[in-house]
Design a binder for this molecule. Structure first.
Ligand code: GDP
Ligand code: CA
Length: 320
């Protein structure tokens, strides 16, 4: 690593946010410049007239230190008065709670979008309120969606499948309508091209990292960057740590194992995106199969129990 590495992180929501906190801490300790985090916008949606960006907000709130760490999403100490009113009107989704403070964010964002600001500008404005110590970029300014396709051909919006059905219905595919026409947000291509290291957070490979890689141009930028591309396994001991990412992996025919997820991302030398893959100590036995793919496997503790643990993971990756 050069003395002042330029670092880019690709991140989804909660797992991405925990990892991004660790990257910020590791870079601060090294006296390095702030990183750029490129955040998934594939599960953004309109609800009750406002634009929600679940992953942007998870990363934003975590970096600002105002996130609800108990619940895992939304603002700490939030209330639900407005949500109760929405329910009384029969507006929105009864199974999808919008906190009052959170709604403040959504209203601000929606107002700025209505004023004609791009998503990039909106994210930049949201970032100004707190000292985040990291530059946040959305993956794209284009509106894209994530749909879940069932065996009978019916489809649900990702958030309905995830939140209402708790990923309980077995899907056969995930689709991202609009993604073919999407272009990387301004600055995304440059950040990747000029990075010394690109870190793929231990986020959901299918619905968090998947949409980022599916934006035309981003995969190409990763294949041509002189940076090392290092991924962190979201699978520990053959299981996803929290959430239902295993159902997503199964649906696309990928085993819930550190080796299978590495193979899914693929070696850069082989048309994939990875140079190296951090594997949990519990999955050390998978290291040889990862190496055999042409991806350098590095075994390390991967539990992001607190900022120090996340920073240690980031330091291991940065040392490559
Ligand atoms: P979402 O968009 O809010 O669902 O969050 P992400 O996609 O960013 O992250 C979800 C993923 O984070 C899950 O697949 C988890 O396996 C992974 N994850 C959560 N906590 C940890 C952890 O402590 N260590 C590792 N390695 N992965 C984690
Ligand atoms: Ca998400």
């Amino acid at each position: 690593m050069t003395s002042v590495p330029r670092v880019v992180v690709l991140a989804g929501g909660v797992g991405g946010a925990k990892f991004t906190l660790g990257v910020r801490e590791a870079l601060a300790r090294a006296g390095a410049p702030q990183a750029t985090v490129i955040v998934n916008t594939g599960d953004d949606l309109w609800l009750s007239g406002v634009r929600l960006q679940p992953d942007v907000d998870s990363v934003l709130y975590a970096l600002a230190g105002v996130n609800d760490t108990q619940r895992g999403w939304g603002r700490a100490g939030d209330t639900e008065r407005v949500n109760e009113e929405l329910q009384a009107w029969g507006a929105g989704w009864p199974w999808f709670t919008l906190g009052d403070l959170d709604l403040g964010t959504h209203l601000a964002r929606t107002g700025w979008l209505r004023d004609g600001l791009t998503v990039t500008h909106v994210v930049e404005r949201l970032s100004r309120r707190w000292h985040l110590g990291i530059r946040m970029l959305p993956m794209t300014d284009t509106e894209v969606d994530t749909h879940v396709v069932m065996a009978d051909g019916s489809r649900l919006h990702f958030q309905e499948w995830w939140t209402r059905h708790r990923a309980g219905l077995a899907p056969v595919a995930f689709e991202s309508p609009g993604i073919e026409a999407a272009v990387p947000a301004p600055g995304v291509g440059e950040a990747i091209a000029n990075a010394d290291i690109v870190l793929i957070a231990p986020s959901n490979p299918v619905v968090s990292i998947g949409p980022i890689l599916a934006v035309p141009g981003i995969r190409e930028a990763l294949s041509t960057t002189p940076a090392q591309v290092v991924g962190v396994s979201p699978v520990i001991g053959g299981r996803v740590v929290r959430g239902m990412a295993d159902v997503c992996l199964t649906a696309i025919g990928v085993d819930t194992s550190a080796g299978a997820v590495a193979a899914h991302y693929g070696a850069r030398a082989d048309g994939g995106v990875l140079d190296a893959w951090l594997v949990a100590e519990e999955d050390a036995a998978a290291a040889a199969s990862v190496d055999a793919l042409g991806i350098r496997a590095v075994v390390a503790p991967l539990w992001m129990t607190d900022v120090d643990a996340s920073a240690a993971i980031a330091e291991t990756a940065l040392a490559l």
